[in-house]
Design a protein around this ligand. Structure first.
Ligand code: ATP
Ligand code: LTN
Length: 327
């Protein structure tokens, strides 16, 4: 069984984009392999964050994983910072990724753009080094992520090639897996931008009440005209809502276009809101139940032990390869 690995950084309230692009996919693929799913709390430190907020967000992401149906008996769920091998491997791997390639990462460019050079942390720059360590540490072959993370997985692939050329077949080659529909959910207030948990406006947060979610969809920015048609170039607002509807209902874009032929934006938005509420109602109820049960701490504790044992094998292999390990 191939290992599957992914993570989410607990930087803020999770959005519907995180749910469709990441969490829902994790639960869909979990029984196809052996999943290691974590909360990337060390990565959350790459931008300023309040300690109490970070602590709360981290447990929240774990609760959302469980609410989405991730089965802790099958999937290993853990906090990145609980498993010291991630940091140990990153220190080694930083020597095999280069300044030039790190400075070309879109995420680094986006996040550092508005910052003064003196205030850009080394961790933000080295983000992909730690992420590559996360990935190779479990010999994972399959990395389910949203579109924005593909570049980081590609860099991890370059690293594996480089490392193995030098030391032999030490690391396993990973591959990004991006869902066909829903790999990039856009903001409801500006459908040319990614829906993101660090953007305060126009996003649906998983913590929003069902009424607020419905309201946000009904007031989502749409496009000129009145046709329901998938055309991201000319109709980004409607196409984004169609993507949300398609990924939650399983209906194709053609089916949706046919269903809403001759109908207006109002009818269509109502159908999108209904689909979101139908999916979110049981999910949110499950989340509340999990938070109240105290299950999260137990799952994270057991997950950390399993993750440590699995990752130690790979760390040792790397240490031996580069000459750090006693014979
Ligand atoms: P931030 O705003 O803090 O940069 P984010 O909302 O982009 O965060 P991440 O923690 O970077 O979220 O992403 C977690 C996972 O969710 C990743 O696999 C990412 O690709 C996916 N994801 C994030 N936003 C979207 C989106 N709008 N559509 C689809 N997938 C998404
Ligand atoms: N950078 C990712 C989170 C992340 C991750 C990983 C995803 C950290 N390490 C390893 C996949 C594999 C993000 O979602 N922003």
């Amino acid at each position: 069984m191939d290992r599957i690995l992914s993570g989410i950084k607990p930087t803020g309230q999770l959005t519907l984009g995180n749910y469709i692009g990441a969490i829902k996919n994790f639960s869909r693929v979990q029984y196809d392999g052996e999943p290691f799913l974590f909360i990337a709390d060390l990565h959350a430190l790459t931008l300023p964050i309040d300690p109490e907020v970070l602590r709360k967000n981290s447990r929240d992401v774990a609760a959302y994983y469980l609410a989405a149906g991730l089965d802790p008996k099958h999937s290993t769920i853990f906090l990145q910072s609980d498993v010291s091998t991630h940091s140990e491997l990153a220190i080694i791997l930083q020597n095999y990724l280069y300044m030039g390639e790190l400075s070309r990462m879109t995420q680094f460019k986006d996040k550092s753009q508005k910052m003064k050079e003196e205030a850009i942390g080394l961790g933000l720059f080295a983000y992909p080094v730690l992420m590559a360590a996360d990935i190779v540490l479990y010999d994972a072959k399959r990395i389910p992520v949203g579109e924005d993370q593909v570049q980081h997985v590609e860099l991890a692939r370059d690293l594996v090639k480089r490392f193995n050329n030098r030391y032999g077949e030490v690391l396993t080659m990973p591959r990004a897996e991006v869902a066909k529909v829903g790999k990039r959910i856009m903001s409801l207030s500006d459908p040319t931008k990614k829906m993101s948990k660090s953007e305060p406006k126009g996003d649906i947060y998983l913590s929003d009440s069902l009424e607020v979610m419905r309201k946000k969809i009904m007031s989502a920015v749409t496009d000129l005209g009145h046709e329901i048609k998938y055309d991201p170039e000319n109709k980004p607002g409607i196409s984004n809502l169609m993507t949300i509807l398609s990924s939650l209902s399983g209906k194709s874009f053609e089916e949706i276009e046919k269903e809403f032929e001759g109908k207006g934006y109002g009818d269509f938005k109502r159908a999108v809101a209904d689909a979101v509420v139908k999916e979110m109602e049981p999910f949110k109820a499950k989340y509340e139940e999990i938070v109240a049960s105290g299950l999260v701490d137990k799952v994270l504790e057991e997950g950390a032990k399993k993750a440590y044992d699995a990752s130690k094998v790979v760390l040792t292999r790397v240490q031996k390869a580069v000459g750090l390990y006693r014979k």
